[in-house]
Design a protein around this ligand. Structure first.
Ligand code: SF4
Length: 318
């Protein structure tokens, strides 16, 4: 497994205690994220993909510092994130949220919303701040008049442009984008994705792109990690995984894209009803749905194996 990367995540875990129903019961946990590891090269887009509740957003929140991991390590530019001051982290790493409206102060004008990160971080003179706001407004496709508008006066796509502009005000190198287009009309999704790509190449940004939308992930990402119930089950170059998925769950997931010609019968899989992270305590988490399940899958957790260069998989079939 490649250990070089601008961002490195090693064995990241997030467990939540389950309230006991009876006092003599043993303590148990929901394993929302379990031993997730990946690295993202400088200037690359790494995608986390999977069904809702698989732990991809929780992983993003832990990397961003919004959630404290139960255990594991996060390195940014070769430094353990815990040893970096909060101010420095914010200057290097920013978050683009799914719902831009919820993340913008409705009482403030766009000019103020964009200037605020510079004020908080005590950056530049007033004149320089204004100049930077104007540059950023232009970069995301607005004219100067947008400085005086309020968030409620903008469309969803325009608000997301503001969210992206605000994330870039401190000139970060790494952006975590959590479902950045899923709240938008399909007609504007492509514009926002293209804007993210343009900004990436202009500023050599590194992205962690979190999405449940397989087409969006295919369009945006260089490499991906496929998550199922808190774990990465397959990881590799997006083209390779989309053309030739290996893990039974990845095959199932990709078979749902109408344009994909994957020789796989979705009906082979058992229903996913009533399967949760809490229910499945040992072995492969996909066992209850997997048509290839063997006895050892029930009890032994499959280890991550590199089946080809940078193509990793956690399954006893390999
Ligand atoms: Fe299926 Fe076993 Fe592989 Fe899990 S480890 S995906 S149950 S074959």
């Amino acid at each position: 497994m490649s250990q070089t990367g601008f961002v490195q995540v090693k064995n990241l875990c997030k467990y939540y205690p389950v309230p006991k129903k009876k006092f003599w019961e043993k303590k148990s946990y929901v394993r929302a994220v379990e031993h997730v590891s990946f690295s993202i090269k400088k200037g690359e887009t790494f995608g986390l993909v999977g069904e809702s509740g698989c732990g991809k957003s929780t992983t993003g929140f832990m990397i961003n510092g919004l959630l404290k991991p139960t255990s594991g390590e996060i390195n940014l530019d070769s430094k353990d994130i815990q040893s970096i001051k909060e101010k420095e982290i914010r200057e290097k790493m920013q978050f683009v949220f799914q719902d831009p409206y919820a993340s913008l102060n409705p009482k403030k004008k766009i000019g103020w919303i964009l200037e605020e990160p510079l004020l908080i971080h005590k950056k530049y003179s007033k004149e320089e701040r204004q100049k930077k706001v104007s540059q950023m407004i232009e970069l995301v496709g607005f004219d100067e008049s947008f400085k005086n508008r309020y968030p409620h006066e903008l469309s969803g796509g325009q608000r997301q442009r503001v969210g992206i502009a605000r994330a870039l005000m401190l000139s970060p190198e790494f952006i975590i984008a959590d479902e950045p287009v899923s709240a938008l009309d399909v007609s504007v999704q492509a514009q926002i994705l293209n804007l993210l790509k343009e900004l990436q190449s202009k500023f050599n940004l590194t992205y962690l792109f979190i999405s449940h939308d397989l087409n969006v992930v295919h369009y945006m990402c260089d490499r991906i990690g496929v998550m199922y119930l808190g774990k990465i089950v397959e990881q590799g170059a997006v083209e390779e995984i989309y053309k030739n998925p290996q893990h039974p769950y990845t095959k199932l997931l990709l078979s749902s894209i109408p344009s994909k010609d994957i020789n796989f019968d979705e009906n082979q899989f058992f229903s996913k009803e009533e399967i949760s992270i809490e229910d499945h305590k040992g072995g492969c988490t996909f066992y209850p749905r997997c048509p290839y399940g063997m006895e050892k899958c029930k009890n032994i957790l499959p280890k991550i194996k590199e089946i080809e260069k940078e193509h990793l998989i956690a399954c006893h079939l390999y």
